[in-house]
Design a protein around this ligand. Structure first.
Ligand SMILES: Nc1nc2c(ncn2[C@@H]2O[C@H](COP(=O)(O)OP(=O)(O)OP(=O)(O)O)[C@@H](O)[C@H]2O)c(=O)[nH]1
Length: 413
């Protein structure tokens, strides 16, 4: 069954917890004992309806106990798809949490309060979604019940958003008028917005086409592990295990191993279920080659006529994740696919003001949550694509050599 990952973002009190609760409750994705517990607490609080935000309260409990959880992952499934929600509480939706939660998402769900319309926060979240090239954005205009379920108000917000989104690099934006509290257009249509002809939120999540979100053109296979059993029976066996980062690989394909440049042919592709006829992202497989050539972890298997760029100098957009800014001349561990190198930040070109999208070339003081354009030099060549072309082979992270903390996530331009 297909898996769809989505992130949720909205300003505080836009109704994110209520919406997630409603999705889980109405799609019957909650265990019965959990439903009972929430129904009981709601009655105890004197409510005549179920307090949906209680379903996401596990996160709040953990925070009150002092456990730092910035992004919580929730799982649910319907007969059509499996879902993973990366959920960040409204008041700690800093850029770095969004980047962490959103880097593998297919969909960004952005909540707007129908009374407030598009706010700074909405713009900031949308900018980050576009920066991370999240393929689909769903703008949920929530609390439609407090705007008389008015079509005019909904259209006004759609227009506000579209004017702003024209400046962003987003391909697919959809709008859904909802009331998370009353359930309109979340899982069920309801009676209150008959003027709306689109699908409900759940229907959209179940049917949105995500098959083309991955790159199926440029074959990229970063080798994670070389499998080489030390037994007589298998003494000739060698397999290369990893996750396909791009393209489609088939037995018989001529391939090249980077950086050595040696070529061979794929003899077979294995998974836990046995041999398969083709492998594409995001499958985890083991590739076997016809020839016994030298391949190690960090190498990349590609097609000879379609190679990534071989470079030591990267132009990147960096999101700074650490409380401490970059130290002058600091060396970092650069992680790119299954490969590692040492690297330095050689220049901060500009900083992006994520509210106005303006570039600031004067201010080079990089702080946590900043987004900057930077130049990074690695001590050895990397095989990279632009992030626009491939989110896997186009991204890097920088790790502090002394503390082993991840300090930045980068997208190659
Ligand atoms: N009238 C109305 N109220 C809603 C709706 N959705 C949420 N609310 C109310 O708005 C308030 C905030 O909702 P939450 O779900 O807690 O908001 P949130 O955005 O998740 O807040 P954080 O968890 O702090 O991020 C609550 O009192 C909800 O009952 C809606 O569709 N209509």
């Amino acid at each position: 069954m297909e898996l769809l990952r989505f992130t949720t973002a909205g300003s505080v009190d836009d109704g994110k917890s209520t919406l997630i609760g409603r999705l889980l409750y109405d799609s019957k994705s909650i265990f019965e004992d959990q439903i009972e517990a929430v129904e009981k607490s709601s009655t105890k609080k004197g409510l005549d309806h179920v307090d949906l935000s209680l379903f996401t309260d596990g996160l709040k409990d953990e925070r009150e106990q002092g456990i730092t959880i910035d992004v919580a992952y929730r799982y649910f499934a319907t007969p059509k798809r499996k879902f993973i929600i990366a959920d960040t509480p409204g008041h700690i939706q800093y850029t770095r949490n969004m980047v962490t939660g959103a880097s593998t998402a297919n969909v960004a769900l952005i909540l707007v309060d129908a009374r407030n319309g598009v706010l700074e926060q909405t713009k900031r979240h949308s900018f980050i979604a576009s920066l991370l090239q999240i393929p689909h954005i769903i703008v949920c205009v929530n609390k439609m019940d407090l705007a008389d379920y008015s079509e005019e108000r909904f259209e006004e917000i759609v227009q506000q958003y579209e004017e702003f989104a024209a400046k962003l690099d987003v391909k697919d934006v959809r709008f859904i008028p909802i009331s998370a509290l009353h359930g309109d257009n979340v899982v069920n249509r309801g009676e209150n917005m008959n003027w709306y002809e689109g699908g409900t939120l759940l229907h959209t999540l179940e049917t949105i086409h995500i098959g083309s979100d991955e790159n199926h053109i440029d074959c990229r296979f970063p080798v994670q592990t070389v499998i080489r059993p030390h037994s007589d029976e298998y003494h000739d066996y060698r397999g290369y295990a990893g996750r396909v980062a791009g393209g489609v690989f088939k037995p018989g394909d001529e391939v090249m191993v980077l950086p050595s440049g040696l070529t061979s042919k794929i003899s077979s592709i294995m998974t836990l279920e046995g041999e398969i006829a083709e492998a594409f992202p995001p499958m985890s497989v083991t590739i076997n080659l016809e020839d016994d050539i030298d391949v190690s972890r960090g190498d990349m298997i590609v097609r000879p006529n379609n190679q990534p760029e071989n470079t030591q100098d990267l132009d990147v957009m960096l999101c700074w994740l650490n409380p401490n800014g970059p130290r002058p001349r600091a060396k970092y561990i650069l992680r790119h696919t299954s490969n590692e190198a040492r690297a330095m930040i050689t220049d901060i070109v500009y900083k992006v003001d994520i509210n106005t999208l303006h570039r600031n070339e004067e201010d080079k003081d990089v702080k946590m949550n900043d987004i900057v354009r930077a130049k990074v030099r690695s001590t050895r060549p990397l095989f990279a694509d632009s992030y626009r072309r491939n989110r896997h082979t186009g991204s890097i992270i920088l790790i502090d050599e002394t503390t082993f903390e991840t300090v930045a996530a980068g997208m190659i331009i």
